[in-house]
Design a protein around this ligand. Structure first.
Ligand SMILES: Cc1ncc(COP(=O)(O)O)c(C=O)c1O
Length: 395
């Protein structure tokens, strides 16, 4: 049979790293590869109680269709939370999506024509590339340091590329590096976007998982021209299984994005929107998030301490103030994919995500992403120690 796929399917392929990650997900492996929240932070009992309340008080409505924008009372709560974080918005600007990932897909569908330039951090979130790739953009990437994107490099890209559609950034505790963009750079980013007339896509699922340092205002809070699209998510602050996130955008953009959402899936699960809404009504969301921060801080410190103790001094690492990941840089001759496939997995049963997969262009092979939220503290120490032993031999 002639499977006459559309041209864009050329860009939709499983990656070699994906197969390696499947191996890393086996139960006898200590995996730093996932991006999962710690299961112990899920408020199972509270959500059971909320579920019972929803069923007894609003059962038929919770099981009915709602609207593509999502449950009104949930959107009202999110508008308030956004305002508290410095983003001025209204109900017209905010709607509910199936996690941040759907936001990436909808924005890609709405803005990217074949050959358009999308600017990303280097490295960047793999899930964003998966969402953008089918629309066949050209990637231009901006190097980062410990304060985020290099703004001079960004300006050079904007100055020399007429077809830039948007700049994609994960400003807090970036996936994969754990780096946070400084306040000054956020302001400069918006100034540059205004000057060169491009959009910004601010993907912010980790913003509230800050366990150290000062909260920094979202990029959207500096937006005076409606050119920043902000994506938020319940995945890391409540549960990824509920598949709930939100978009904040200028009214016309929000309306158009919501039309695309309607075409994709009609709406989010009414029941899940009720659960999140009633959870926020019945319990204190900020207290819940605080308990996540406390646990992740301990886990992050355990991992960084183990990295300092067990890895060779030629390995550098980021020390994130929040989020789920640290990023290791091995000596240049060490290919993190080969190391994991040939030594770390078979000998030590330890996994990470090889860094090459996070580079849209100009792949660098000597990095890996290490997740600390998913593993126990005991396994963090055991796994990093095993990585240290193998790395010392390998180097
Ligand atoms: C930077 C970033 N954006 C978006 C997502 C998508 O998350 P969700 O769709 O669960 O909100 C993730 C998930 O790990 C992420 O790391």
């Amino acid at each position: 049979m002639n499977k006459a796929y559309a041209n864009r399917m050329e860009k939709v392929r499983p990656s070699a790293v994906g197969e390696l990650l499947m191996l890393g997900a086996q139960p006898d492996i200590i995996s730093f590869g996932g991006g999962y929240p710690a299961p112990e932070v899920f408020p199972v009992d509270k959500l059971s109680s909320v579920f019972a309340d929803v069923m007894s008080q609003s059962g038929p409505r919770a099981l009915q269709y709602s609207t593509p924008e999502g449950l009104l009372s949930l959107r009202e709560k999110l508008v308030l939370r956004m305002k508290q974080s410095g983003i001025s918005c209204d109900l017209d600007n905010l709607f509910i999506i199936q996690g941040g990932q759907q936001g990436l897909d909808l924005v890609a569908k709405m803005f990217i024509n074949e050959g358009d330039v999308i600017v990303t951090e280097s490295p960047t979130f793999m899930g964003a590339l998966i969402a953008f790739n089918p629309y066949e953009p050209v990637y231009k990437t901006v190097p980062m340091d410990e304060h985020g994107m290099d703004m001079d490099a960004l300006e050079e890209i904007l100055r020399t590329n007429a077809r830039v559609k948007f700049i994609y950034t994960v400003p807090e505790f970036q996936n994969p590096t754990g780096v946070t963009m400084s306040l000054e750079r956020r302001q400069r980013l918006v100034e540059l976007a205004n000057q060169y007339d491009v959009m910004i896509l601010e993907d912010s699922p980790y913003r509230e998982i800050r366990f150290q340092g000062e909260l920094i205002s979202p990029i959207k809070s500096f937006d005076t021209e409606g050119r920043v699209i902000h994506l938020g998510s319940f995945s890391k602050i409540l549960s990824p299984g509920l598949r709930l996130g939100w978009v904040v955008a200028e009214t016309e953009i929000a309306t158009k994005l919501c039309l695309l959402k309607m075409a994709a899936d009609t709406q989010n699960s009414t029941l899940n929107m009720y659960l999140a809404d009633k959870f926020m009504e019945k319990y204190n969301m900020d207290e819940h998030i605080q308990s996540i921060r406390v646990l992740y801080k301990e886990k992050k410190e355990t991992m960084i301490e183990a990295v300092r103790q067990y890895l060779p001094s030629t390995v550098s690492y980021t020390n994130p103030e929040g989020g789920l990941f640290t990023w290791l840089t091995f000596p240049q001759h060490v290919d993190a994919t080969t190391l994991m496939r040939d030594r770390l997995l078979p000998e030590a049963k330890v996994a990470y995500v090889p860094g090459s997969t996070f580079f849209p262009v100009d792949e660098e092979v000597n990095h890996c992403r290490m997740n600390y939220s998913g593993a126990s503290k005991e396994n963090i120490i055991k796994g990093v120690a095993a990585l240290g032993t193998i790395l010392k031999e390998y180097c």
